[in-house]
Design a protein around this ligand. Structure first.
Ligand SMILES: Cc1ncc(COP(=O)(O)O)c(C=O)c1O
Length: 403
């Protein structure tokens, strides 16, 4: 039995969104927090560039694509509320995050303030910095309803050794939306640099780096933005650029070797990039951003509404616990099913044409322990999904977990 709620309004664009998305035809894709289905235009942009590389050579195709490359930066800038020169293109959100972290000259006893819900790779970076450089990482307390408490960030970040505040806006394994703006206001007040991991936020939440007060924001192509795999980006604020901030392992894209013992940084966020560059992926990313800008708030709201619709339906199944917490929730729905392994359920759903994802304790030790969950099944709808698809997914899951 699924819980009935009033049907959502069907947007006029839904049919077109689905026609534009070849993957919708044969599968129910509820793994947009993993990698969303690319629209046809993204696939075309990617393959067209690869075809030019094969036909005329990689470096020559790069020169030919110069206008599209420039446009991709401009589009990304528009998406997050900045100028093209503040955007660096890198391999993924983790690289973007680490390039930003590496721009700080940490000394033993320096402090990073973060949250309990930060992404596991980010937590590993903090632990590595502790081991290698004696950097102390402190995690701010959560609010009773979940999500970081900006007042706790203020208390911790007021410490004179605080060099950086870092936060995952939307964690990987829950529908929580952390108060990135509230934390940004604290950082601005204290004058502490602020790095946002916006990997799960970009494409499903409106992003404006100015109102977030962030110095860095890391994002990826493949998730709610619907771009290709293997490409990400980093926003870098003018403040950081003007301070001469640059990544530890700057390479010859990020700087010119001017004298035997000297180098000159590239202008703008380009100094955070690497020389070898996936131009085909950038073409795809540019097309994805153009598509996301055209879909706009209608898509973002719908993704969230679908998730809001799904939560009570899943909660109505026997043995299912919905784990999402926080004042604000997004298009990620996570559940634990009593006595069932989420990885196995994910595969059973996949056999029935339904894509979800699963995670275990490693994906969020603190969060999973707080919730007393060992494995979680994650449903992440996007605007191109339908309510019928959600009902089918809930029905198939119900069959699989029937005692
Ligand atoms: C919150 C969050 N941050 C960072 C990442 C890492 O992104 P990428 O795989 O593009 O490096 C992920 C990936 O799932 C994520 O969910």
């Amino acid at each position: 039995m699924t819980t009935r709620t009033a049907p959502l309004p069907v947007p006029a664009e839904l049919d077109r969104w689905r026609r534009d998305t070849p993957g919708c035809r044969d599968r129910i894709h509820l793994n947009n927090a993993g990698a969303a289905l690319m629209p046809q235009v993204v696939l075309q942009a990617l393959t067209q560039h690869l075809e030019r590389e094969a036909a005329i050579g990689g470096y020559e195709a790069e020169d030919e694509a110069e206008p599209q490359v420039r446009e991709a930066y401009e589009l990304l800038g528009r998406l997050v509320g900045t100028a093209a020169r503040n955007i660096a293109i890198v391999e993924n959100a983790t690289v973007a995050f680490n390039q930003a972290v590496s721009a700080f000259d940490f000394h033993p006893g320096d402090r990073i303030v973060t949250t309990r819900a930060d992404y596991p790779s980010n937590q590993l970076t903090y632990l590595s910095l502790a081991q290698r450089l004696g950097v102390e990482t402190v995690r701010a307390d959560d609010l009773p309803e979940g999500g970081v408490d900006p007042a706790s960030v203020r208390r911790l970040a007021s410490h004179p050794r605080t060099r950086l505040v870092a936060l995952s806006w939307v964690p990987t394994n829950s529908g929580l939306v952390q108060d990135a703006q509230g934390v940004g206001a604290v950082c601005a007040e204290l004058g502490v640099p602020y790095l946002i991991d916006g990997c799960q936020a970009v494409g499903q939440l409106a992003v404006d780096v100015t109102s977030l007060h962030c110095d860095f924001l890391a994002g990826t192509g493949r998730k709610f933005l619907r771009g290709p795999r293997g490409i990400g980006f980093l926003y870098v604020s003018d403040r950081m650029l003007e301070q001469g901030s640059f990544p530890l392992f700057v390479d010859m894209r990020g700087a010119d070797w001017t004298d035997p013992d000297a180098f000159r940084l590239a202008d703008g966020a380009r100094r955070f990039e690497n020389w070898e560059f996936a131009y085909a992926l950038l073409a795809g990313l540019g097309a994805a951003v153009r598509y996301a800008l055209a879909v706009g708030a209608a898509g973002r709201n719908r993704a969230r509404q679908l998730a809001g619709d799904l939560r009570p339906k899943l909660a109505g199944l026997p043995g299912v616990r919905v784990l999402d917490r926080g004042r604000e929730q997004c298009a990620i729905v996570t559940i634990a099913v009593a006595n069932r392994d989420a990885a196995e359920l994910k595969l059973r759903l996949r056999q029935r044409g339904i894509n979800t994802s699963s995670a275990d304790r490693k994906s969020g030790v603190l969060d999973m322990d707080d919730k007393r969950a060992t494995t979680v099944l994650r449903f992440s709808p996007h605007y191109y999904n339908t309510e019928d698809e959600l009902d089918t997914a809930v029905g198939v899951l119900a069959e699989q977990i029937r005692p």
